[in-house]
Design a protein around this ligand. Structure first.
Ligand SMILES: [Zn+2]
Length: 237
């Protein structure tokens, strides 16, 4: 996950199009990763949002790149790969490559410069179903898990768990999967925290050759979601 608290803004002149006057655009860059090439011309309320504008025709809908489901979790904004219907022509190549976590304050500061950005409150609140892909995204590729429903059977190949005993930890994860699956549309109440700031250990599963930091010991409704980050239900800023 990319943390975007102090993004780089880069102004540039839009590429030429016929004999139209060329507007000034602002790129949003976090961690050398281009999130938007034109904060001004992006479509923030398309579903999913279209942060990358086509450089030929200036339309956000044309490039079909970097598409993101932007949702609000308390004082944080999340840019997630969108959930697509089975018959959608779009695939992962059209989506934002890495999820982004941005404090709402950062977005508010961007709005001071780019006046056409919508208020953070206009983005939908995150549901558990929105957040679940973050947990999946962190499962090492060796795990080859595509749906959270498959996690429990995959864990049968785990060799050890720390700090909790393997059997206890597997039960916790099974309950966590149940909770998410049966409350997909429920608004997520909580916050994404730095693991180091949580106090408790992140329970980690060990496999042959790789490991999976999974959830926060002592919080039944928490899941690791990107390197040093973890979603914790009930956490506030
Ligand atoms: Zn175009």
């Amino acid at each position: 996950m990319i943390y975007c608290e102090t993004p780089t803004l880069e102004q540039w002149i839009a590429p030429p199009q016929e004999d139209l006057p060329r507007p000034t655009w602002t790129k949003l860059i976090a961690d050398r990763f281009l999130i938007s090439n034109s904060l001004e011309y992006a479509d923030w309320h398309a579903s999913p949002a279209q942060p990358l504008v086509c450089e030929t025709c200036w339309n956000p809908g044309c490039s079909q790149a970097g598409l993101a489901n932007i949702v609000r979790l308390g004082d944080q904004l999340l840019w997630l790969p969108p959930r697509m219907q089975a018959n959608s022509p779009l695939s992962e190549v059209n989506f934002i490559a890495e999820p982004v976590l941005m404090p709402v304050v950062t977005w508010a500061k961007l709005r001071e410069t780019i006046s056409n950005l919508p208020a953070a409150t206009t983005f939908a609140r995150a549901t558990l179903g929105d957040l679940a892909p973050l947990w999946l995204h962190e499962i090492p590729r060796n795990g080859k898990i595509r749906k959270i429903e498959d996690i429990a059977s995959w864990l049968r190949s785990a060799l050890a768990s720390d700090p909790l005993d393997l059997d206890v930890a597997k039960l916790t994860v099974a309950a966590l999967v149940d909770w998410i699956c049966s409350n997909h549309e429920q608004t997520a109440e909580g916050r994404i925290l730095r693991q180091a700031a949580c106090g408790n250990a992140v329970n980690t599963f060990y496999f042959d050759g790789y490991e999976w930091p999974s959830y926060l010991d002592g919080n039944a409704h928490s899941f690791a979601c990107g390197g040093e980050w973890i979603f914790v239900e009930g956490a506030t800023s």
